[in-house]
Design a protein around this ligand. Structure first.
Ligand SMILES: [Zn+2]
Length: 364
């Protein structure tokens, strides 16, 4: 059902040194290496536009969401409870609880039918904790995007004495695959964070979102358009205008379904922040909205040109990418909940992570 499915499966041009690109990409995220112009097809969603050497600086600006679940504060889904996170403290910020109005900017490109904002306060889904992207129960394993971003950018600041993993899914929700991933997570007793392409909310039952929240997962925004040319072409000012416009439309659409008090702090750029030219202005625009971009430092490889073909292959990809990240204490793993194969492999991936002592968190 998804446009993304086609894009994500687009093959890498023959002869491209995919592996070295992917590795250099990870290293950049871990603060070790420098991204080159040739990183594109290693990203979570294959790139339809062009890009060149990235010089963007990781956005370290704090959001109004504050720091949720600082290293000593938050527990894990499978571990002992800890003090609640602070994400709910953001309630009231950024128009939370306000009517879901049509963004003022021109609608970003999309193949989905036009979204009409209700121009009224939308009641929250019963499972949503107001001012957050998750349920009240999930406070115990929720970490702010700014905190996770910092740990990824500066691994030396990661909490010592524990290993944290954030399972993330991009490009959903999908009425076929997302339920399978929710079942995988439920059976393992762990949560994950879903970065959504919000027009796809029109294609899934609301009960799917309620279940996801009830199970302790986080719902973040990935994009409205997921259109690389719209988002990442032009100068820095144009990119900032389009990225923030896209975000505003996505947030409005999400609030029209999840409720006016839905307020995420994490955002994943289509293709990943690491793949694009200087996004500092775009990041500043996102920061004004209380949002911090979150990339990944490990992957199942489900959008990789050399994606695994067997379940053990997916587990091996996760192991290798964690080892290569140089940051094994805080791991953010890229997956896609539009990929059947990933859903088949996920139980084995989760079992391996648990066997390694990882605690599972979500991003606010
Ligand atoms: Zn994507």
């Amino acid at each position: 059902m998804s446009l993304r499915r086609t894009q994500a499966e687009r093959p890498t041009p023959a002869g491209s040194p995919v592996r070295s690109r992917r590795w250099s990409q990870r290293r950049r995220l871990a603060g070790i290496g420098v991204l080159t112009a040739t990183t594109l097809f290693a990203t979570g969603c294959s790139i339809s536009g062009s890009a060149s050497t990235s010089s963007s600086t990781p956005n370290s600006s704090s959001s109004s969401h504050g720091v949720t679940g600082s290293g000593s504060a938050a527990g894990s889904a499978s571990g002992s409870p800890a003090s609640p996170g602070a994400a709910s403290a953001a309630a009231g910020a950024h128009g939370v609880g306000a009517p879901v109005v049509h963004p003022s900017c021109t609608r970003p490109p999309t193949t989905w039918k036009t979204f009409k904002a209700p121009d009224a306060v939308v009641p929250d889904l019963p499972e949503l904790e107001a001012g957050t992207n998750h349920s009240k129960t999930a406070d115990k394993w929720t970490y702010s995007a700014s905190q996770v971003h910092q740990w990824m950018a500066k691994p030396q600041t990661a909490p010592k004495g524990k290993k944290l993993v954030f399972i993330t899914f991009d490009d959903g929700p999908d009425s076929t695959v997302t339920p399978k991933e929710l079942s995988n997570l439920e059976k393992a007793g762990v949560p994950a964070t879903f970065f959504m392409i919000t027009p796809q909310l029109q294609g899934v039952p609301v009960d799917l979102l309620r279940r996801s929240l009830r199970d302790g997962n986080g719902l973040d925004i990935h994009s409205y358009s997921h259109d690389y040319k719209y988002l990442f072409h032009g100068d820095a000012n144009q990119r900032a205008a389009h990225v923030t416009c896209d975000y505003d439309w996505a947030l409005a659409q999400a609030r029209a379904v999840i409720g006016s008090d839905y307020d995420p702090s994490g955002f994943r750029y289509p293709g990943g922040e690491m793949s694009w030219n200087d996004l500092s202005k775009a990041n500043a625009g996102l920061a004004k909205r209380g949002v911090v971009p979150i990339d990944w430092n490990a992957m199942s490889g489900d959008a990789d040109a050399h994606m695994p073909t067997t379940i053990p292959g997916y587990v091996t990809m996760v192991k290798q990418s964690i080892a290569e990240s140089g940051n094994p204490r805080v791991v953010v793993i890229l997956n896609h909940d539009i990929k059947e194969k990933t859903a088949e492999a996920m139980p084995s991936i989760l079992a391996w992570l648990k066997s390694q002592g990882y605690q599972f968190g979500i991003i606010s």
